[in-house]
Design a protein around this ligand. Structure first.
Ligand code: IMP
Length: 181
């Protein structure tokens, strides 16, 4: 990946993200109100900040697990071929499961992960994504809850990276290259 210079323009503030998560957590709580324990599955690495904030707003008994799927590598384009790099620690058969994704772009990652988890026969499987880029979709997959719909821009922050950088920004920003290439 060539190191082109870029700046980050704020797109979604930390305050807006927090407010949206509060509202989403209420909806998720209603959907899983009868659960004995919800397994919240974060897709690494981009969802680690989102899942941390979301579970703290969820007034439910929860368990947290993680799954890592390959996607972009260090580039800006989806590889389309999804591989599981790290599987769940726990079994989910008969369990209530919420998958937490950072961004649905082409949808290949989420589609693959949901099919995989469905094949393990959970009692109920739902999915939330913080960001959705609907104009980029190449699959029919749909998240049950979306934080924000965004245009086709490359974004970073709040756990989301560009070549492993900028995950620690408290807001979502878009990458704007400052050279002319
Ligand atoms: P998909 O399989 O094309 O839907 O890609 C989903 C994954 O690609 C996300 O979980 C992110 O890790 C990554 N991704 C998609 N869009 C962006 C972006 O704008 N910035 C950083 N990573 C992204």
């Amino acid at each position: 990946m060539p190191h082109r210079p870029y700046v980050i323009d704020e797109m979604i503030s930390a305050k807006s993200i927090a407010a949206r998560i509060e509202a989403l957590a209420r909806e998720i709580r209603n959907e899983f109100s009868d659960t004995d324990k919800l397994v919240v599955v974060g897709l690494l690495r981009g969802s680690f900040v989102f899942i941390a904030d979301l579970v703290r707003e969820l007034d439910l008994p929860v368990e947290v697990d993680f799954l890592e799927a390959s996607s972009y590598g260090d580039g800006m384009e989806s590889s389309r071929e999804v591989r599981i790099l790290k599987d769940l620690r726990g079994a989910i058969e008969g369990r209530d499961v919420l998958v937490v994704e950072d961004i649905v772009d082409t949808g290949f990652t989420l589609d693959h992960v949901l099919h995989l988890l469905e094949s393990r026969h959970p009692r109920k499987l739902r999915c939330i994504a913080l960001l959705d880029k609907p104009t980029r979709r190449e699959t029919t997959v749909k998240a049950d809850w979306i934080g924000f719909e965004i245009p086709d821009e490359f974004v970073v922050g709040y756990g989301i990276d560009f070549a492993q950088r900028n995950r620690n920004l408290p807001f979502i920003g878009k990458v704007r290259f400052t050279d002319t290439a």
